[in-house]
Ligand binder design. Sequence first.
Ligand code: GTP
Ligand code: IMP
Ligand code: MG
Length: 339
Amino acid sequence: MPSIIVVGGQWGDEGKGSIIAYLAMHDEPEIIARGGVGTNAGHSVVINGKKYAVRQLPTGFMQRKARLLVGAGVLVDPEVFFYELEHLKDFDVAGRVGIDYRCAIIEPRHKELDRSNGYLHGKIGTTGSGCGPANADRALRKAKQAKDIKELEPYLTDVAAEVNDALDEGALVLVEGTQGFGLSLYFGTYPYVTSKDTSASAIASDVGIGPTRVDDVIVVFKSFPTRVGAGPFPTEMPMEEADRLGLVEYGTVTGRRRRVGWFDFEMARYSARVNGATMLALTMLDKYDKEAYGITDYDKLPKKAKEFVEEIEERVGVPVALIKTGPELEHIIDRRDTI
Ligand code: GTP
Ligand code: IMP
Ligand code: MG
């Protein structure tokens, strides 16, 4: 069985959460491991009409059979971690969660700095979650690690060992990325980026998987990309246009209004290449073509929606294997068997 990495191809908030939730329920991975930066990311998912959001735990929490792991590369904010354990207690997460003992810790002072610093807060428009300052301390070798926090002790594990053991045994491992390609510290719109690389290679490293052990990379794109915070957005549309098209969205973590744009084929192609995409996932197709709402069979998609998917496949050069047509978990077209 393979390892699958899911990453964002734009500026985050592509709807990775809903793709991961689908894969978690449908493919039944034994392990769902989270890579990425830390609690700056918010993934939301709708289950039976109820919306859940996670910033620290894996978004695949609803798969009750899976072990839920947070990789060594990820920053842990104990306050957020314990809040989510409580918030998701209906899903019995506490008994299944493991945090790598080497994760670096976000302390209150990191959050204060992230919210008061004129450069980070004012110019870059960070999420204020303390991730940048905590990663800076990590690079300076001053950050605390999860193993230094007494309350985290019951959850500590070696995520890299667990994930590699599972792969040795032929189990399926689902790895979640956070943010998006345009926010990568290396490949994004520097300095308007997050504090780490966000491409698939970095996510693999976060959870301790070597490049030779990655089988599939799914890059997620939203039909109308969004961006929160400052920085270039070449295909951005005026706010009034987003209002008119019913595309207004607010951030999961910060509540800030998201900037909205048209699909950027050039960026998508570059992002798919650097991520080594084996498949693409497209979300919010119903926002592009209202007639596509809730459709689960590719052949039943209206012409306009199909043409958009075909144009993406042609111009990006990678098959669109998963298509979200609505907010619920089951609003999805899964054509992985055709590629
Ligand atoms: P990631 O950070 O990439 O996980 O995205 P996000 O979770 O931050 O995005 P957001 O908070 O905007 O949440 C996405 C919301 O859109 C969730 O409530 C999903 O259920 C919903 N959603 C996902 N895919 C679709 C879709 O195809 N159509 C519609 N209408 N809603 C969707
Ligand atoms: P930071 O990651 O909080 O330092 O924020 C740096 C930049 O990345 C800002 O523009 C944020 O808005 C953006 N950012 C960080 N995480 C996310 C995310 O999960 N979704 C969208 N934007 C994000
Ligand atoms: Mg998000």
